[in-house]
Design a protein around this ligand. Structure first.
Ligand SMILES: Nc1ncnc2c1ncn2[C@@H]1O[C@H](COP(=O)(O)OP(=O)(O)OP(=O)(O)O)[C@@H](O)[C@H]1O
Ligand SMILES: [Mg+2]
Length: 226
């Protein structure tokens, strides 16, 4: 599935590109002059089991699964492997919009919290467990839809998520990344209330779920003090 390319082909691909994300070991995300994005993953040396699919392939599969469930995600154009730079890569179309992390720094208004909480509820009802769900990976698109990036780490279930999985996912949203601090500024409980309001579920379901989610918040607070 991953096209094999040489270093020369890779360099031709990223000619004129701008860095979107960089880490100690090099550039991670490029924006090409024609608005395509190239995201690189370090090639893992040990690929023992068939389950260890390269991140680039997982990214492409997850984009398709999201589209099937009616969730906006980048359209994947290509996946490649460049052994000379020891990277797998995925090429996709840039989604026009801004991440919630960028938006929340500027204005902390309630309508953003309502949108983000309702989107999380939609993902959960659709059986989507997005491990990297922090405000840096959720975009508010120009057409006012919400969309996801960073798709390599997700699980899909044919049924809505369990209450425990939902509670665990809140922990990712609120505590997995420095970007999470922006959403914490709303306060955990008010955010959870907005999530519960958006859920198409009865009162007794919500009454059982809320303490489970809140328990994750308290465990995060304890972790922070330690
Ligand atoms: N399709 C896209 N549309 C708009 N912006 C994007 C898109 N893809 C990436 N970006 C921008 O590039 C940044 C980094 O991309 P991404 O979230 O995929 O990488 P990352 O967070 O560094 O990866 P990881 O979580 O794997 O460490 C994003 O925060 C976003 O600003
Ligand atoms: Mg990201």
């Amino acid at each position: 599935m991953n096209r094999r390319i040489s270093r020369t082909e890779y360099e031709a691909l990223i000619r004129g590109a701008r860095v979107l994300q960089e880490e100690d070991y090099g550039v991670k995300v490029w924006l090409l002059p024609d608005d395509r994005v190239v995201k690189l993953f370090r090639t893992r040396r040990i690929m023992t089991s068939a389950r260890l699919v390269p991140y680039s392939t997982r990214f492409a599969l997850n984009a398709r699964r999201l589209h099937k469930r009616g969730i906006c995600a980048p359209e994947v154009l290509d996946t490649f492997h460049c052994p000379e730079i020891e990277r797998h890569g995925v090429v996709y179309r840039h989604l026009p919009g801004k991440s919630f992390a960028e938006l929340l720094v500027r204005r902390r208004d309630d309508s953003l919290a309502v949108k983000l909480a309702a989107f999380l509820a939609e993902l959960h009802e659709k059986g989507i467990y997005f491990r990297s769900v922090h405000p840096g990976n959720v975009l508010l698109l120009e057409d006012d839809n919400l969309g996801l990036i960073d798709l390599q780490d997700m699980r899909f279930r044919p049924w809505p998520l369990s209450q425990n999985a939902r509670a665990r996912n809140f922990r990712h949203l609120f505590a997995s990344d420095p970007n999470s601090l922006e959403v914490r500024a709303f306060g955990f409980e008010p955010f959870v209330e907005r999530y519960l309001q958006a859920l198409p579920r009865g009162d007794s379901y919500k009454r059982r779920l809320k303490p489970k989610i809140m328990a994750y918040d308290r465990s995060w607070e304890r972790g922070r003090r330690d």
